[in-house]
Design a protein around this ligand. Structure first.
Ligand SMILES: [Fe+2]
Length: 286
């Protein structure tokens, strides 16, 4: 029923590896990994192991593997890559902990879509990684997850942004995302003025400055509108419908892990507290 396809595209020396899962021929989920100069950024999902390893075998060499975060569509083939090339993937220290027992944190629908990665050893990453021709800075960028890192090559202006950006307007949020940390990460990264962004969801992006600013503006506008809704005494459901439209289809498919409700709740957690702190009125109805 579920099938997988892999497509590679070159942007200069960077190879984008797009992996798509299809249900009855219709693309449902996609994720990108990237390769440049012996560096592999993320390892895709375990259900497409065969195709992914075949692609990796076609690269001139693989010297270094970095995971942007622990999610199973980014770390799915760590174990097999380690075994095949004798390399220990690197990531945030928390990523190394997550990868000791992936089955403890992967929900059922994600096991179905992506597969469950085997436990894999990893090494904590330093603040800088060098390949033969490039120097990559490792930036802690929490928000999407608590272990998220971006990888930045300052001379080329390349930013490997993992799942930090995703898209300019994202209405669905994971239950464990911290929108305020995400906003802070987006602003810090935008200040570097990257010249090309390699996003794990949207692929290569030519004008990352514009894209990052649009995402920042979208989230800040949403934050202001949520606060306005609280002041008007609206319920969280009313705010959600007003700002994100009716329906919340992913909520049921994903057992509540990804939803519009999570997006509103992520703002409410802090907005409500800060409004109460300054003596705001219009308490929130559930
Ligand atoms: Fe992710």
């Amino acid at each position: 029923m579920l099938r997988y396809s892999i497509k590679c595209e070159l942007s200069g020396p960077v190879c984008s590896i797009r992996m798509t899962s299809r249900l009855l021929g219709v693309p449902v989920f996609k994720v990108y990994a990237f390769y440049v100069d012996g560096l592999l950024v993320d390892t895709g999902f375990s259900r497409c192991r065969k195709g992914f390893l075949k692609v990796c075998d076609g690269f001139p060499r693989i010297d270094t593997v970095i995971n942007t975060h622990h999610h199973e569509d980014h770390t799915g083939n760590n174990f097999w890559i380690s075994k095949r090339y004798g390399i220990l993937p690197m990531g945030h220290p928390r990523t190394t902990t997550y990868m000791k027992s992936p089955s403890r944190w992967i929900k059922l629908y994600r096991r179905f879509v992506w597969g469950t990665p085997p436990p894999a050893d990893m090494a904590p990453i330093d603040s800088e990684v060098r390949t033969r021709n490039y120097r990559f800075l490792i930036l802690s960028t929490p928000g999407h997850t608590d272990d998220h890192v971006c990888i930045y090559e300052p001379n080329e202006g390349w930013l490997f942004s993992g799942d930090m950006f995703l898209d300019e307007e994202v209405r669905y949020t994971r239950e464990d995302e911290d929108i305020y940390e995400l906003l802070d990460s987006l602003k810090r990264v935008a200040a570097l003025e990257p010249r090309k962004m390699f996003c794990s969801f949207s692929g290569p992006i030519e004008r990352p400055g514009d894209a990052l600013q649009k995402k920042i503006d979208f989230l800040e506008s949403l934050k202001e509108k949520v606060e306005e809704g609280i002041r008007q005494g609206l319920s969280s459901k009313e705010i959600q419908k007003r700002l994100l439209g009716p329906g919340d289809r992913f909520r049921f498919i994903t057992e509540g892990q990804i939803s519009k409700k999570n997006t509103i709740q992520a703002f409410l957690r802090k907005s409500q507290a800060s409004l109460l702190d300054i003596g705001g009125h219009g308490g929130l109805k559930s």
